[in-house]
Design a protein around this ligand. Structure first.
Ligand code: DGJ
Length: 729
């Protein structure tokens, strides 16, 4: 049993062998948080909630006199709450804010009922963690707002073998009128102190997900995107770690939003030095009117806990994503395929002969998927036209011939699309300007010469689906690269009335999920890779549909090394689309080593490779087939050295059976032959492993206590290398 309920004390306990999450229904019907951390067999509510002042005074409605009420556990400013209220004495802010009939924003949800069930239901219309009845249990608690008949159903799931609590919230309007929501966050967690560093992942185009830490101080830190997608600027994922926590020791908590649109994570330290972490839909352009009897499901949140450092926290998230989020389990077992993509070499300048030459050369470098990128449709010879007109430019490319040739050569064929977008210079826009989002009467910002289609609307969405479906019905395409290359501005839907404009952004994301859902259901065998100007939509929401997301647009191996290091905190390397490029000053061996710690693939013209580079790439084929699937795609990751804190990147991926491992080491600035040892973790204590750096065999404890001797090796600037370890008898 993973969830227990103590009826007398009204305490819920969600637990597995490692973690406990306690909450209590207090005597006012408030849902109070008690504890999230290492497994605790019992909880002392009085001791946890004691704050000296356990009473509240208020004006009694009947007698118009001051009344004092002692509450057993509650004080508005210090209590830890699961669903904080808005507008009362707790000034830390509500999780959900209803604009009430009387005009106030006072919102206060109180307990009504609960149920506990095996398994975990999927969320309707939204991506969510999957969980079978043999691996998890779900608690659902029903609450009701004190002023209106609006109900909130909060769900908590716990897994037997994963140190996470998965939370979600659904609103139900039981009134006879529309109810306007000013704010709709998915979850909130109160922590009793503020002794934490907040690690988050801000960035930019080609600089996605840099690792940044801020010590919590008084006041609020907000991690958010109001770009309409999860964006390059931030990632819907963050960590709170204790000051002493490192990769292998100490406490850390993480928060991931399973969502791909604008989001916010607020981390608020109040005047009493407690911390409230709350997260959900960003409030820019958000105001949602719920019709009578309408319900609104809000995005899911994954909260994870580790008492043994950041490494364990990340490995837990990697397993959760691979086991319970990615759609097609087969990708876990099979190689995803090595892609050769034509984009970085050709851009829009190609024809049938050129593409066939690429395909002809692909096998020779070990690729088994060819992806034809942007430029094959409409009259798109540069990025200023044709998005929306998804018919093949036959003057430029004979697609059937190319697809057939690809298959003859034993390669899978992939194609690029940007389905959510329209170019003003397109037949689609000329016929249906109203399909694009944009406020009438104002100049619309064109970003990369394009506008966004209003796929929150069913008619527009059906049109987009028709275009995708037509293409996939006509051609035997095995792989889709689904791109998205601009952010939202001047948000307005021509299909919504003035009172519903605040629904546009959320509706858009639901529309996107519907399209992705249709695609994965209609074409279950087509591999879906997503991309947003590189890694601009890298989140758990997208991973529900697509098993791989392009990590970045940067072709710089050094930038990529930082990107893969920081991405690994919240996401497994198996989902990180990463290629070897040619326009870079590092050696091809370095670029390959970096790309190997991701999905591995190529984005260059194979015919332009030097003999030496070609040999290097060919040599990697055997390494890929012997190690990539077991170590990178399905293995356990250990971060050994941080490029943010040292001159080295060190990471190891160990197969689940601990029989082999691949270590990535990179040296940034040139170094004199220093004495350097890289300690490797994750190996068996009672086994020996031979390494291909010096050919020596050492025990697991030797690697973790002494390490690989890399003195006098790899001393040049920006040099990376893969080191292979194999168990020996
Ligand atoms: C942005 C992507 O990140 C690139 O890989 C490429 O597909 C271009 N779009 C094509 O326009």
């Amino acid at each position: 049993m993973l969830i227990s309920y103590d009826k007398d004390r009204r305490v819920f306990h969600l637990h597995n062998k490692d973690i406990s999450y306690y909450l209590v229904v207090d005597d006012r019907g408030m849902l109070q948080h008690l504890y999230f951390g290492s497994y605790l067999p019992d909880i002392d509510i009085e001791a946890i909630t004691y704050h000296d002042i356990q009473k509240t005074t208020f004006l009694d409605k009947e007698t118009h006199s001051e009344k004092e009420e002692p509450f057993r556990y509650f004080h508005p400013e210090s209590s830890m709450l699961e669903v904080p209220s808005e507008g009362g004495a707790d000034k830390r802010g509500g999780m959900i804010v209803i604009r009430q009939k009387n005009g106030t924003a006072f919102t206060d949800f109180r307990y009504q009922d609960y149920s506990i069930a095996k398994g975990k239901p999927l969320l309707k219309g939204l991506p969510s963690i999957r969980g079978g009845s043999d691996e998890c249990e779900t608690l659902e608690i029903k609450l009701k707002d004190v002023l209106s008949n609006v109900y909130l159903l909060v769900r908590y799931s716990i897994f037997s073998d994963k140190d996470v609590i998965v939370r979600s919230a659904r609103l139900e309007n039981g009134t006879k009128e529309g109810v306007c929501l000013d704010k709709a966050f998915s979850a909130s967690l109160d922590l009793p102190d503020s002794d934490y560093f907040l690690c988050h992942f801000p960035g930019d185009w080609e600089q996605e997900r840099r690792f940044v830490e801020n010590r919590l101080a008084d006041g609020k830190l907000v991690i958010h995107s109001n770009f309409g997608f999860s964006s390059h600027a931030e990632n819907p994922f963050c960590i709170l770690r204790r000051p002493g926590t490192d990769e292998r020791h100490g406490e850390a908590l993480s928060f991931s939003l399973v969502y791909s649109g604008s989001f916010a994570i607020d981390v608020d330290v109040n005047r009493w030095k407690s911390t409230r972490v709350s997260m959900g839909l960003d409030d820019e352009d958000f105001a949602y009117t719920l019709s009578p009897n309408e319900s609104l499901q809000l995005p899911e949140v994954v909260m994870s806990y580790s008492a043994m450092g950041l490494g364990k926290l990340s490995r837990g998230l990697h397993d959760l994503i691979r086991d319970n989020l990615l759609k097609r389990d087969s990708y876990r077992k099979e190689e995803q395929g090595i892609v050769l993509n034509s984009w970085e070499d050709t851009y829009f300048d190609f024809d049938t002969a050129k593409i066939m030459k690429y395909i002809g050369a692909a096998k020779d470098i070990g690729a088994n998927v060819f992806v034809l990128d942007d430029g094959w449709f409409g009259h798109r010879d540069n990025d200023s036209s044709s998005l929306g007109d998804w018919h093949v430019n036959t003057a430029k490319i004979d697609l059937s011939k190319v697809v057939d040739f690809c298959h003859e050569k034993g390669l899978r064929f992939g194609i690029w699309m940007e389905p959510e977008i329209v170019s003003p210079d397109s037949d689609l826009f000329r016929t249906h300007p109203e399909y694009a989002l944009g406020i009438p009467g104002v100049d619309l910002s064109l970003i990369r010469h394009q506008l966004i289609l209003d796929i929150g609307n069913e008619k527009v969405r059906d049109y987009v689906w028709q275009q995708i479906d037509n293409l996939f019905k006509k051609y035997r395409i095995d792989y889709l690269k689904w791109d998205f290359n601009r952010y939202f501005t001047e948000v307005y839907s021509h299909f919504l009335g003035s009172k519903d404009q605040g629904k546009t952004m959320f509706g858009y994301v639901l529309g996107l999920y519907d399209l992705l859902d249709r695609f994965t259901k209609h074409y279950p065998d087509v591999f879906l890779q997503t991309c947003a100007s590189g890694g601009g939509r890298f989140d758990m929401g997208m991973l529900y549909y697509s098993s791989q997301i392009q990590g970045s647009d940067t072709s710089d191996a050094v930038d990529r090394s930082f990107n893969l290091y920081s991405t690994s905190f919240g996401y497994p390397l198996s989902v990180l689309g990463s290629h070897v490029f040619s326009n870079d000053s590092t050696s091809v061996a370095t670029r390959m080593a970096i790309a190997f710690f991701g999905t591995y693939g190529f984005e260059f013209n194979p015919d332009r490779l030097s003999e030496e580079d070609r040999d290097e790439i060919k040599k990697a084929e055997t390494v890929y087939s012997a190690y990539h699937l077991d170590c990178i795609q399905n293995g356990d990751l250990y971060r050994l050295s941080s490029p943010y804190q040292s001159n080295y990147l060190g990471m190891a991926c160990v197969s689940k059976d601990q029989k082999k491992a691949v270590v990535l080491f990179m040296n940034y600035r040139r170094e004199t032959p220093l004495s350097r040892f890289l300690k490797v973790y994750g190996l068996k204590d009672d086994s020996y492993y031979v390494n291909n750096l010096d050919g020596h065999s050492h025990s697991g404890p030797y690697y973790k206590n002494v390490g690989l001797n890399i003195s006098k090796r790899l001393t040049r600037g920006n040099e990376a290398r893969l080191i292979l370890l194999d168990e020996v008898d």
